[in-house]
Design a protein around this ligand. Structure first.
Ligand SMILES: *Cc1c(COP(=O)(O)O)cnc(C)c1O
Length: 366
């Protein structure tokens, strides 16, 4: 039996009545931009993330960009992040006028190696951007301590970590701000693009709100150069419905991941990622590491098992970022990982009986 990588239609079918009614209501309200759904969603998402403020925006990349802009970076300033991420993390740093400085990943979790950050801090460093990769928080204790000692901002890239916790605290609530993406395949996904920044600083939230609205401070006064980055009312209405299900969906992901992990422990050719102390991951992706990755992927796909590579090339080896000057060999852990990682099907709508099907196909593929 085929197991798709994702099944967003099945998810929609489970919430169709509510979603259709909410969308229809927005359509007849004529409040397509801003309005009560956006305001209420911001409140509900801030509550969910256990922060005092949330500012909705057009996508996750904008959320990162807006956070960096609110830190008032100067040209030439540096922001530390990881090469094992979606390129948007680096793209947002560039867009904000700063330079990404990269730090290798940890072998066991593939998140940024917090022990290697301090040696990269210079007098130009202004912020650290940890990425909670695959839904597991980075080592925030160490990162927050470094930021505190060196006077740096912390912009959490929480685009894969809606609802995860580190030592009891939600992703997006620990740094200066957290940025979330509501791209349809994320743990909380819209039916289009969407994003949000969470923060515990009223002042930071106001700065972000203004930069996202053409630098406005009043309707006719523009204090700073800004951009247009808004969450549509239709997407906000959809997200409000889905947010109520997020904990339940994340719980399902953890349960399915548990079944995978138990069985994979008996397959020596397959490695899985470690969970650090205090982390409650939300398994945005379920990642395995195999040395014969390309052939395993091909064989799984032949058997109808959806799988995908996140990420086939580390960001520093993408042509777009070659100007940073990092060559092959700069980040051995991240580089090795990109030759071995493979994401298996895992989503809340997946049936428990589908996990053994994936595992049987995987064993045959090895
Ligand atoms: C999805 C993602 C982004 C970008 O989000 P968009 O909404 O697509 O702009 C940024 N960083 C990471 C780690 C992501 O997974």
């Amino acid at each position: 039996m085929a197991v798709p990588f994702l099944n967003l239609v099945k998810q929609y079918e489970g919430i169709k009545e509510k979603v259709d009614a909410a969308v229809a209501e927005v359509m007849s309200s004529a409040r397509y931009i801003g309005g009560p759904n956006v305001t209420e969603f911001e409140k509900e998402f801030a509550d969910y993330c256990e922060t005092s403020c949330a500012v909705a925006c057009a996508n996750g990349t904008d959320g990162l960009y807006l956070s960096l802009r609110a830190l008032e970076l100067d040209p030439g300033d540096e922001v530390i992040t990881t090469p094992l991420t979606f390129v948007a993390s680096l793209g947002a740093i560039r867009e904000a006028g700063a330079t990404p400085v990269l730090v290798d990943a940890r072998e066991d979790t593939l998140n940024i190696n917090a022990d290697l950050i301090e040696e990269k801090i210079t007098d130009k460093t202004r912020a650290i951007m940890p990425v909670h990769l695959y839904g597991q928080p980075a080592e925030m204790d160490k990162i927050l301590d470094l930021a505190d000692r060196h006077g740096l901002g912390v912009v959490e890239d929480a685009c894969q970590a809606h609802g995860s916790r580190y030592k009891g605290r939600r992703a997006g609530s620990m740094g200066t701000s957290g940025s979330f993406s509501f791209y349809p395949t994320k743990n909380l996904g819209a039916y289009g693009d969407g994003g949000c920044v969470t923060t515990n600083s009223e002042k930071f939230a106001e700065a972000i709100r203004s930069i996202a609205d053409h630098g406005r401070t009043t309707w006719t006064h523009h204090a700073k150069e800004g951009i247009n980055s808004r969450l549509d009312a239709i997407q906000a209405a959809v997200l409000r419905i889905k947010l109520r299900r997020l904990d339940e969906w994340n719980e399902r992901r953890r349960k399915l991941a548990g079944i995978y992990l138990e069985s994979l422990a008996n397959i020596p050719e397959v490695r899985t990622l470690s969970i650090i102390e205090g982390a409650e991951p939300v398994y945005h992706l379920f990642i395995i590491r195999v040395s014969s990755r390309e052939s395993v992927m091909e064989k799984l796909r032949e058997r109808g098992i959806g799988c995908a590579i996140y990420y086939p090339v580390p960001a520093h080896l993408q042509p777009a970022f070659s100007f940073l000057g990092y060559g092959e060999g700069s980040f051995p852990v991240a580089e090795k990982a990109t030759t071995e990682v493979l994401a298996l099907p895992l989503y809340p709508e997946m049936d428990e009986s589908q996990v053994p099907e994936v595992l049987v196909a995987l064993k045959e593929s090895l």
